[in-house]
Write a protein that binds this ligand. Sequence first.
Ligand SMILES: NC(=O)c1ccc[n+]([C@@H]2O[C@H](COP(=O)([O-])OP(=O)(O)OC[C@H]3O[C@@H](n4cnc5c(N)ncnc54)[C@H](O)[C@@H]3O)[C@@H](O)[C@H]2O)c1
Length: 376
Amino acid sequence: MTQKIRIGLVGAGWMGKAHASALANAQLLFGPEYGVAEFAIVADANEASAKNAMEKIGFERMSTDFMDVINADDVDLVDIATPNSFHYTVAKAALEAGKNVYCEKPLSISAEESKELAELAAKKGVINYVGYNNTMNPANAYVRELVQSGALGRIVRFQGTYDQDQLLDESLPITWRHINKLAGSGALGDLGAHLLSISQFIMGDITRVNAMTETVFPKRPKSAGSDELVDVENEDIVTFMCKYANGAIGTIAADRVATGRKNYLMYEIQGTKGSVRYDLERMGEVQVYFHDDDVRDRGFRTVLLNPEHKGYSAFQPAGGISIAYNDMKILEVHELFAALTHNEPYACNFEFGYKIDRTIAAVLESAKNEAWVDVQ
Ligand SMILES: NC(=O)c1ccc[n+]([C@@H]2O[C@H](COP(=O)([O-])OP(=O)(O)OC[C@H]3O[C@@H](n4cnc5c(N)ncnc54)[C@H](O)[C@@H]3O)[C@@H](O)[C@H]2O)c1
């Protein structure tokens, strides 16, 4: 039976578009019984962006005030894709109005705000989903199975980095991503949060951190082409050591000015019986090593994603055929729809988002005080 899910989107930029595409495509791949998105209303503070989204995506109406989405009787799901700082305000209003919420990552700009949202969501009993789409990547689901099944033995080490060079050009102007009251943090919340979500998903809780940050370009033009320079308020690079509740130790980094790196989300997990290595720039390949192999055969080998890996078969019937970023978002929307229409469980709820934000808070405090900090 077809179930309509009426969408109210807040924020029609890069992620607003990615969400709309995934919301429209989920039913084509998984069937209308899991939910069919109906695009009711889009709100964006920028009127031209709202109008563009209404016309291109097919929303029935638009607004420049997000409260029009919250107050709409014909909205089942409030979808938040604004800059980080507005997540709290919009999500809180949506939860108070009893709406289901789908919020981009990070859940908010502080552990305190995220705690409040997680508690409110639990109290209201509505769907509260955070868009940590990398947890939906079939490769990460596969690695999680390897870790949790014991196939790699006792896990002793996680090392990972998420590097891009999108902001390497010093002449690029200030955006919301550089301003703390809008973003909360720099490379850490923007890129590092994704790696933290994978680390949380596969390894479990981080208990302690010791961090350093660096702002490589401390000033940027106020607007494109302007000679007036303004302060960049947050880190271009973060790197930290950490300790996991499972006993493993780790090193994690994120870098938004990493020359040559485009979407280099890379991690390696080492266990006493085997290791895995993964790099999102080569999304379909997981490197695995098993120490029990005959000594002559030992070595890392490449496993190409295939229909035996969770989620992959929704897209392709045979192994080694490319899947891509937007497919993670479709898997994410499917999980969200399955929760809405079939009461199925999901991992990336606001409590999960709060855990990531607690870790982010500890990393920022550690960098500021140059000391080990416990994750609260
Ligand atoms: N999951 C991912 O892979 C991923 C990737 C990129 C961004 N993100 C997250 O998505 C969110 C949005 O990032 P983006 O890159 O799409 O940003 P963006 O700048 O492209 O788009 C943000 C949009 O929100 C609008 N906006 C700003 N304030 C608003 C308000 N108060 N009410 C309504 N609209 C408002 C802006 O006009 C803009 O159109 C961020 O939280 C970011 O961390 C996630």
